[in-house]
Design a protein around this ligand. Sequence first.
Ligand code: UDP
Length: 238
Amino acid sequence: MTASKYKRVLLKLSGEALMGDDAFGINRQTIARMVEEIVDVARLGVELAIVIGGGNIFRGVAPGAQGMDRATADYMGMMATIMNALALQDALKRSSVDARVQSALNIDQVVEPYIRPKALRYLEEGKVVIFAAGTGNPFFTTDTAAALRGAEIGAEIVLKATKVDGIYTADPKKDPTATRYSRISFDEAINRRLEVMDATAFALCRDQKLPIKVFSITKHGALGRAVMGEDEGTLVHV
Ligand code: UDP
């Protein structure tokens, strides 16, 4: 039995979350700290699936990809997410957490393909499942992959880890009077033109009545508090 509010969650980690203060790539201390947070949640008995981004390595719409065919650049971006997924799996394994990577793009020698029933079985067995390669399609993002996989596995919530501890009335860096929403409805977020996730991801969560929690990955214990249903970050509800 777990005392957490949610039994099954989908955590979206951006590539930048692995970068720490570095300009690109994977920062060892940052990934170690993140693993600590994930381990705590896994030990609560919460079924945890993770969609990992790739922005720390390659982004299809980045200046570096300019002039490239967009679909080709996006496939490179998806491959970057596979590298991050393998790094995260390795780090979890070293913390004695059993994790499996499933990829939306087939690279059989490296990683197993995304197979929904198998992913569900892993979750039931208490393994952390890391979904790599986004949706497997160019012109999408890993935010959309998080909404999609979240809906597919029947997650009760999408936990979106960012560098900011929630959604604010204005940009807190520019406006000192900005305040954080503790909770906000999908409709209100749209009316106030607040950017929670990209539009496709947001629409999918809204249609599927899948709440989103935006919280800071840099704040110690925030992931655990989000899973416990505490007032951490911002809850976007139906
Ligand atoms: N990407 C894609 N389709 C997907 C997911 C990702 O084409 O379903 C590509 C896209 O080029 C994107 C890159 O992979 O820029 C990295 O993903 P994202 O930008 O979502 O990563 P994050 O910002 O979370 O690190």
